[in-house]
Every structure is written in structure tokens, then in C-alpha cells.
Design a protein around this ligand. Sequence first.
Ligand code: ATR
Length: 287
Amino acid sequence: MIEAVNGETRLCGLIGSPVAHTLSPVIHNGLAAVLGHNLVYVPFLVQKDLKSAVLGAFDLNILGVNVTVPYKKEVMAYLAGVDENAGRIGAVNTLVRTENGYKGYNTDYLGLKRAMESEGIFVKGRDVVVLGAGGAANAAVYMCAQSGAGRIYILNRTKKRAEELAGRVKEFFPDVELTALETGQYEKLPKESLIALQTTSVGLHPNADQAVITEEAFYKRIAQAMDIVYNPAHTRFMQLVEAQGGFACGGLKMLLYQAVTAYELWNKVSIDEAVCRQVSELLEKQL
Ligand code: ATR
């Protein structure tokens, strides 16, 4: 938190429903404190009128807004513009002020890439398996295609959703090799050196003993993995990867870097790794 609010304090916040559980204030107020910015970040519960909330936020001179469930798609109708990547992903989680209104960005997909790279996971030229085919998987598959992954496999309980996701991403990256599979078809994956991205909420507290797939034969193929779940810090999926000798990390860094990227866009700054580490420690203390 900044030390004192005054006439020059800038306001940022999170629009969504529910918002009470959010860790974003810890990150953004932490960044403001470390960087010495006169900025406060608060949650805004929006239950009825998203349009009024967005237009009102702009008129109140609110510097930047994050958008969460259930508004990441709907919000696009109330913006002055949408970043090309966010438009293609079909979800906006960050609003940045322009002269005529907010412009929408997707820092979830940028944050995922940055988090993976900070853990030494680089998708360029690598084969990747994405577990899940929902909103988070959409951002993950798009990021992998844009970053020059080798082959991308979408493994999902419902094959149809995996096929739909593959089709959407293929529209923008026609040369990328994308394969949709039902979870039980994991034998069709390459035998080794895969990167795995776990994008479902399976394994999230209080269901910490669950994972979308438990077969050892799947995990033997995984060299590096990230779970987007960050609570618990060490998920069942991560344990299963590690049990077969792979490297696995959790979703806390993705949460951190989507926020860092939003903060950079709002404040037109570039935040270095040392600052990220300081804020990451604050975040770990909160959990
Ligand atoms: P989000 O937008 O957070 O990604 P979502 O759109 O509801 O959430 O997608 C959830 C993903 O988790 C889907 O891939 C879903 O599989 P289905 O497409 O078959 O529904 C997957 N998922 C959720 N619960 C699951 C479970 N118990 N076992 C396997 N997959 C599950």
C-alpha cells in the first residue's frame, strides 16, 4: 500500500463478480509500494450493469481496470478498441485508458508466456500438450501457436470442445499443427520431451487430491509442465509430473505476470525481475 492517499493518487481496480477472493490488490498495491507510485488498486463488485461500470470508471478518470469472471467477453462491447490478440482470443482482462475510452488487452496469455519463460520453459519449436479446452486453454493454445510451438495437442474430457478450440486457433495460425484428443487418447501423443500446460480447475482447493489424468504412461512423456492452479501451491498434477522425473511449476507466477503486464500497460513502465521477485514474496505470504 502507498503511505497516504492524496489529491494526485491514481486509482486502478478489478471489475467482476465475485471479486472478494482476489489476490490482485496484493500484487498491484505491492508493485506501487515497491516502485514508489502514488496508485491504489481496489476490487469493484459489478452485479448489474457492466456498461455503466466501464463508462463510469472512465469518467471517474480511473487509470486502469482488470476484468474477471463473468465479464471477459461481454466487456468488449463497451471499449474504444480491442488489441488484435485479445480480439482473436475472444477475452479481455485488462482495460487501458485512451483518449476516447478504454482499450482492451489480454494479459492472461502474455502472463502465461512470461511465467513459463521465467521458469525456463520455452515453447518455440517444442511439442506441447494443453489439458483442457475452456477459456484458460484458449489463451494457452493461442500463446503456444503464436510463440512458434512445434505440434500442439489439446487433450480434453469433451473432444468436441477440443476440436472447436483447435479450429478457432487454426484460423489465425493455419500452418501450426494442432490436434484435438479426448483425454483417454493420450497414447497418440509423442513419447517424450513434451511441455504440458494444465488449464482446468481440477485439483483446485478443496479438491487437491484430483488431477484430470493420473496414468503414469501420460506423465512419462512430460519433460516440463505448468499448472495454472496456484492453490494448493503443489498440485496433484505437479506431483504426478515430478514422480516421472519431469519439472513442474504452479500457477502463481502466471497470476503475478498477468498483473505485472497490466501494471506496465497502465503506467507505461517496464518492471524488472528483481521487483517481480519482491512482489512474488508478498503474494506467497498471503497464501
Ligand atoms: P475456464 O474458462 O476457467 O477455462 P471452462 O470454460 O469451464 O473454464 O473450462 C473448464 C475446462 O476444464 C474444460 O476443458 C473442462 O472439460 P469439458 O470441456 O469436458 O467440460 C475441464 N474440466 C472441468 N472439470 C473437469 C473434470 N472434473 N474432469 C475433466 N475435465 C474437467
